[in-house]
Each structure stands twice: as C-alpha cells, then as structure tokens.
Design a protein around this ligand. Structure first.
Ligand SMILES: Cc1cc2nc3c(=O)[nH]c(=O)nc-3n(C[C@H](O)[C@H](O)[C@H](O)COP(=O)(O)OP(=O)(O)OC[C@H]3O[C@@H](n4cnc5c(N)ncnc54)[C@H](O)[C@@H]3O)c2cc1C
Length: 323
C-alpha cells in the first residue's frame, strides 16, 4: 500500500468513527459523573475473629460514602440468628449508619420470629429485610413449620402488625426458581408490597436489560415502590456459577469469557470484576436508575471503587477537610 493510500484509509476510518457522534468516544464512563446516586451495602455476620476484623475494616472503609442503609444477612436455614442480631445492633450502636436486619421464616415458629422482631425494635432497629429463606440442602423444597410462615408476604404482614418497621423484600428480575411463572412471581411481589413493604431489593443479575424489562413489568403490574438493583461484584466466578444455578440467575457467555483463564489470578479477577460491575451500574444509571444495593461479601475494595465511579465518594473537600 502506498503512503497516499494509507492516509486515505486513515481519513476514511476517521470519517466513519466520528460521523454523527459527539467529540467524546461512546464510552459509558465518559458520561458526566453522576451526582444523584444512593447506595446501600449488604454484609454477612462474621463467624471467626479474623472475619470480624475484616467486616469492621470493610465497614470503616465504606461508611464515609454515606450509604442510605446497611443490612446484615440471616444465615441460610436461620443459622446466624444471634450473630445477625449482634452485628446489626453493633452497627447501629457503634456507627452512624442506618442498620437493617435480614430475617427469614426458615426453622422458626411465628412466636419465635415475633420475639426476634420485638428484640430488634427494643434495640432501636427499625428496618427489616423480610424473607422466606430456603430450606437446608437435602430438605428442599421449603416447608414451613407448624405455626411457621409459609411465605415472606405473611412475615411482612405480621411484622407490620407488631410494630411500624420499615420493610424491604426480595425481588427476582429473572423469576424466583420456585415460582409457577414470572407473572405469579410478580403477583407475589405485589402481595409483599401490599402487606406493607416499601422497597424491593433484587437478586443479582448481570444483564442490565433483564433488570430494566423487569422494572417495566413490575410498574405495569401496579408495583410502584423502589426496586433497587442488587449488584454483585464477581471475584470468584466459579463460586458464582455454582450459586447462580440455585438462584436462577443467568450467567451470560460474555461474563464467562471475561473470567476465562483467570482461575489462579485473583488480582486480575478483581480488576475485571470492578470494571464489569462499574459498567453495569453506569449503564443502569444512564437508564434512570439512582439507587444501588451492593452485595459486598464483607470486602470493601471493589464496592468502594464502583461507588467512586458512580460519583459516590466520602465527604471530603479537595483540601482534605471532612464536610
Ligand atoms: C435482596 C435479597 C436478600 C436476601 N437475603 C437473604 C438472607 O439474609 N438469608 C437467606 O437465607 N436468604 C436470603 N435471600 C434469599 C431468599 O431467602 C431466597 O431467594 C428464598 O428462596 C425466597 O425468599 P423470598 O423472601 O423471596 O420468598 P417469597 O417471597 O415467599 O417467595 C418464595 C417463592 O414462593 C412463591 N410464592 C409466594 N407466595 C405464594 C403463594 N401465595 N402461592 C404460591 N407461591 C407463592 C414465590 O413466587 C417464590 O417462588 C435473599 C434474597 C434477596 C434477593
């Protein structure tokens, strides 16, 4: 190819790439930094002293970005009843964060759940993430105890009758695996809202369109409370692959491709994970989403980086003075 042809080719390429486009490349991260994002963080109760230190280091790093609330999960099968309680109460007592307790129906009779709810209320906890939970492996599907709650909607109604808790519930953009149909699952979400829940938090998903289509369907079904996307920064793809089978979350091929070959390279997996989740959030924000709930897995670094890219930052002036 002659030099003239090379120059002509380059010019043709530039004409193609710049035609009708703004001067910036079409990178989503080149859009103006959001200034209207609210975040919340989910932690799990620690089981060892080391895990406890990790949790509090995570809380210390993330608290300065001012989450609207933080929540603490309730172990599968109700196994962390006391630890969840201790962690939520410590968050409320020792930090300025608004702390919420997850509570499931598994393995408990109604009067036991009512006692737990009263204890939370008396400890100043006003926000419950009310869930049905899952039966332990080998004992599925879930069957309520005699005098237990069959569904989360029953738990929501009862919690509201006990005290005026703020209640969040779970939503499933790809449908709950046990639901008879997508429509039946939306009916169930509506029942939970009608029973008194004021927010839904979604199961994690990876394709923003999946969430946006679900949001449209929910609005059309008359559900008008915030439906906050649950964001899972994936650092261990193999683990997520296993869990997604149970939770019914689709793992797109492109995601598998991005993590391919990184099984023994945790550092690179982290970089990939932050970039995937940040792009997911920025695409959602560009579609009008302003609230995000992060499954932190008690690790701050990725969530902190993604918050930073969403314009959610500690209240620190450039000169280092805290607001
Ligand atoms: C944000 C979030 C946080 C979570 N936190 C925890 C946690 O801390 N601990 C934990 O163990 N698990 C947790 N989970 C997982 C959750 O417990 C499971 O997904 C569980 O299988 C369903 O809980 P649910 O509250 O959505 O149940 P429900 O809303 O009761 O729904 C369960 C199933 O029953 C169906 N259903 C509901 N009502 C009826 C009805 N009247 N007739 C027929 N079918 C009906 C629904 O469509 C659905 O398939 C969480 C999930 C999410 C999304």
């Amino acid at each position: 190819m002659t030099r003239k042809e090379v120059l002509e080719n380059r010019q043709a390429l530039m004409n193609v790439t710049s035609r009708g486009r703004p001067p910036h490349p079409s990178l989503i991260v080149a859009l103006p930094l959001p200034k209207d994002v609210n975040v919340s963080f989910e932690f799990f109760p620690p089981t060892t002293e080391k895990a406890e230190q990790s949790l509090w280091a995570c809380v210390e790093r993330l608290a300065p970005v001012n989450p609207s609330f933080v929540s603490v999960t309730y172990g599968a099968g109700g196994t962390t009843r006391e630890r969840t309680h201790e962690t939520v109460v410590a968050l409320a007592r020792d930090t300025d964060l608004a702390a919420a307790a997850h509570l499931t129906c598994v393995g408990s009779k109604k009067h036991e759940i009512r006692d737990i709810a009263e204890r939370y209320w008396n400890a100043g906890i006003r926000h419950i993430v009310a869930l049905r939970g899952d039966a332990p492996a080998g004992d599925r599907p879930y069957r309520p105890l005699t005098d237990g709650y069959a569904y989360a909607s029953d738990l929501v109604a009862d919690l509201k009758a006990i005290n005026d808790f703020e209640i969040s519930v779970a939503a499933y953009p790809e449908g709950h695996p046990e639901a008879a149909s997508g429509e039946a699952d939306l009916d169930n979400l509506k029942r939970k809202i009608d029973a008194g829940a004021t927010r839904a938090i979604t199961q994690y998903f990876f394709d923003p369109d999946v969430y946006l289509r679900f949001l449209d369907r929910a609005r059309a079904a008359g559900i008008h409370v915030p439906i906050v996307p649950g964001i899972l920064p994936v650092t261990n793809f193999k683990q997520v692959q296993k869990f997604s089978g149970l939770s019914g979350t689709a793992l797109p091929d492109w995601l598998a491709g991005l993590f391919d070959g990184l099984d023994d390279d945790a550092e690179t997996r982290k970089l990939v994970a932050a970039s995937v989740a940040a792009e997911q959030c920025r695409v959602l924000h560009a579609s009008g989403v302003k609230d995000f709930h992060f499954y932190t897995l008690n690790r701050a670094d990725l969530t902190f980086a993604i918050c930073h890219m969403l314009g959610v930052r500690p209240d620190i002036e450039p000169n280092g003075i805290t607001n």
